[in-house]
Design a protein. Sequence first.
Length: 392
Amino acid sequence: MGEWLSIIGIGEDGPDGLSAASLRALTAAEVVFGGSRHLGLIDHPQRRPWPIPFSIEPVLMLRGRQVAVLASGDPFWHGAGGVLTARLERGEWRAFPAPSAMALAAARLGWREEETLRVGLHAAPLHSLRRHLAPGLRAIVTLRDGTSAGELAQWLAAEGFGDTRLTLMERLGGSSERIRVTTAADFALTGVDPLVIAALEIAGDGPVIPRCSGVPDDLFDHDGQITKRPVRALALSALAPRRGEMLWDIGAGSGSIGIEWMLCDPTTRCIAIERDPGRALRCQTNAARLGVGLDVRAGAAQDMLATLCDPDAVFVGGGADAELLDMLWKRLPRGVRLVIHAVTLETEALLSVWHRDHGGNLMRVELSEARPLGRKRGWKSSYPVVQWSVTR
């Protein structure tokens, strides 16, 4: 069919900021699609706004004619570019990106982009930023609208990072550009434009989520049913999370294993199965506070296994019995990594038999911590944990 679609990035400065190639593509287009703000920046006889709800079908219906689509800045950063090209052959389109809002913000501040975290909070909850919060971090985030700026400041302060320097940049690149600076704790700015981006210089004494396995236990609300930090680190090491993978966390308790799995990489997923409704709710609360989208299912694992999508790894943290192991072994595809912990003699004996019959690695972990003993100290032992890890 040949090249018929031009995907053109445009900024608040309108045609003045477009390259010569972008202007030629815009002039040659029979029809131009875009948001009302973008279309208001240009002069063209055939301007068509995106339908509500958003759909690219009106563009695809004109396949073969000369069509242009306007998008903010870089069309492939949370823009229409990726949505369109997923439905097209490579030779059907050509893109003309302009500086993204992220690039403009970094240029105003003099920040190195390669050293700056970039997050699209216009399309994600504020809590998705939680895993990154640490003093000294520089981040540029897009926001949903003007009211989101105050919500971000309030949330940062509540997390213990009220000293964060917050720079609001409104309508970057246009004649109405405005830049204002405050701190999260002192935020009192009004009249924030809906077209706003925020730059953060994180400061404060809020708890920092470590980058390694085994985050502190006190980051999780629990009733005692939690895989403790050292044992959790061993479990995550055996589960070996990789980009884009799915975990089943059976007997989730506080959700600590599934949450840490998802903290390893934002593309990982986890279904947490917990029989107790109160603990299932606690899993959801912990996940929301730590900024991960844990999929919590309340009920017995045996009733759900047939309905779940295939996992890449499975963790069983408590309550494993012969019936569950038989069901899992029959249900799981080849190549799935299975890690099971036992704290009772009965489950330990069961894992010993399965290790004999199916191989893998069987490990017994005994931990002791120093505790006061009269006027001195002594070792207090925890219950030993037996871990069986195997690839199906």
